[in-house]
Design a binder for this molecule. Structure first.
Ligand code: TYD
Length: 137
């Protein structure tokens, strides 16, 4: 992985017609991993930050199904922020990247498609521990 490759934008395939829009995502085809889990974050209170952590193994695609929010990503050398505000774009984030979800609007629904089942041991919650781990790699 290139050091500055913090995320990749995925254009989700969509079908617009007179009734509205439909987006579809297929495992291993539209995203670069097998889907093992989906979760979504909504009803955000006071624009509090969510998801401030990195994963050792898990890869993910973050989608904004409603409203908007920013995804801040860092790897200890580079940082970047991307605003998601349409369900037609997904943000692919590989393992080993620190990410935070910020400035969620009241109506925001953040959907995360994950390559792994929930495993608390796959998380790095502390940014200093994260920096130590990646700089020892
Ligand atoms: P947490 O990791 O704090 O959310 P965030 O991604 O915003 O940092 O998760 C909140 C709670 O939900 C916590 O008790 C763990 C639980 N949880 C599950 O049980 N399964 C899951 O797949 C996820 C993502 C969280």
């Amino acid at each position: 992985m290139k050091l500055n490759n913090l995320y990749n934008i995925i254009n989700i395939k969509y079908f617009d017609d007179e009734r509205g829009s439909l987006c579809a995502i297929e495992s291993n085809k539209d995203i670069p991993f097998e889907i093992k889990r989906i979760y979504y974050i909504f009803n955000n209170k006071n624009r509090l930050v969510r998801g401030a952590h990195a994963h050792k193994k898990l890869k993910q695609v973050i989608l904004c199904l409603s409203g908007s929010f920013e995804v801040e990503v860092k790897n200890g050398y580079y940082s970047s922020s991307y605003e998601l505000n349409t369900p037609k774009i997904g943000l692919f984030i590989s393992s080993g990247i620190w990410r935070e979800i910020k400035n969620m609007t009241k109506d925001a629904v953040c959907c995360v498609i994950a390559s792994e089942l929930y495993d608390p041991n796959d998380y790095i919650h502390n940014y200093h521990d994260y920096l130590r781990e990646i700089k020892n790699d």
